[in-house]
Design a binder for this molecule. Structure first.
Ligand code: HEC
Length: 104
């Protein structure tokens, strides 16, 4: 079956409009730190809201960053978090703390 030329043009227009809308959606950048933070959610609960170990969502960025630095420097804890925090740069810990502080 062949489409009437008008219908074919309409269908093409719909595809193009949809494609443009999808392309627009893809350019939305996720907040800094969100991808890094997805690493934390298995133990701290989805979006850091528990259940699991300490809740991280909505805590002050300064406090979270301070705790992460202490873990990384070996000043706090000697278990999972001390090891885990070793894997991040200062900038990444800041992004993590900043992002988690915004989660409600
Ligand atoms: C494998 C499990 C695991 C993962 C993954 C994990 N944590 Fe933890 N986290 C813990 C445990 C267990 C504690 C309790 C302290 C300890 O035993 O080291 C903790 C404690 C913390 C604390 C201290 C909270 C408080 O109120 O004292 C912070 C902050 C924290 N984690 C942040 C993070 C961040 C950010 C990530 C992701 C980059 C992360 N954690 C990933 C297990 C985990």
């Amino acid at each position: 079956m062949t489409l009437h030329p008008c219908l074919a043009r309409l269908a093409t227009a719909a595809v193009l409009t949809t494609a443009a809308a999808c392309a627009g959606a893809q350019t939305t950048t996720p907040p800094a730190g969100r991808l890094l933070a997805s690493n934390c959610f298995q133990c701290h609960g989805t979006n850091g809201k528990g259940p699991g170990f300490d809740t991280l969502a909505g805590k002050s960025a300064t406090k979270l960053y301070g705790e992460l630095i202490e873990f990384r420097n070996g000043q706090e804890g000697n278990g999972i978090m001390a090891k885990h925090a070793l894997g991040y740069t200062d900038a990444q810990l800041r992004q993590l703390a900043q992002y988690l502080s915004t989660v409600r």
